[in-house]
Write a protein that binds this ligand. Structure first.
Ligand code: 5GP
Ligand code: ZN
Length: 114
């Protein structure tokens, strides 16, 4: 989609620190990390928000979580623990309107979130 930051990252029109990629997904380092490990896992196809999910996206969303699990293992935060977050729309704290799963770890997480 034109004018979408993460579509530009997918198309390599903008640089990013890619840590995983396949035909459907990409994972890269967050530009403003909120934890020692802070990756964003995104579908290559443009989906604006969680509200736009359809039943056909079921496998894609599952693969995003399985990728988070795999990256947590590779980056050695699986045992200590980590957090996965999807923000949706303004009150949910979404700033980039191409869905992304945050994977955060390497420090103690607080609950409830602010
Ligand atoms: P949201 O608030 O939409 O859930 O999260 C958007 C995330 O994207 C933020 O954590 C922000 O730091 C990250 N971000 C915004 N612009 C860029 C960018 O150009 N490159 C990368 N790697 N991350 C970005
Ligand atoms: Zn997009």
């Amino acid at each position: 989609m034109d004018d979408c930051l993460f579509c530009k990252i997918v198309n390599k029109e903008l640089p990013s620190n890619i840590i995983f990629e396949n035909d459907r997904l990409m994972a890269f380092k967050d530009i403003d990390p909120q934890a020692p490990i802070h990756f964003l896992i995104i579908p290559k196809m443009h989906i604006s928000t969680l509200n736009d999910l359809e039943s056909g996206h079921q496998e894609l969303i599952g693969e995003m979580f399985l990728t988070a699990k795999q990256l947590a293992k590779e980056y050695k935060i699986a045992k200590a623990g980590y957090r996965t977050v999807f923000n949706c729309n303004q009150e949910g704290g979404q700033a980039v309107y191409h869905i992304h799963l945050h994977l955060l770890g390497g420090r103690q997480m607080c609950w409830p979130p602010g």
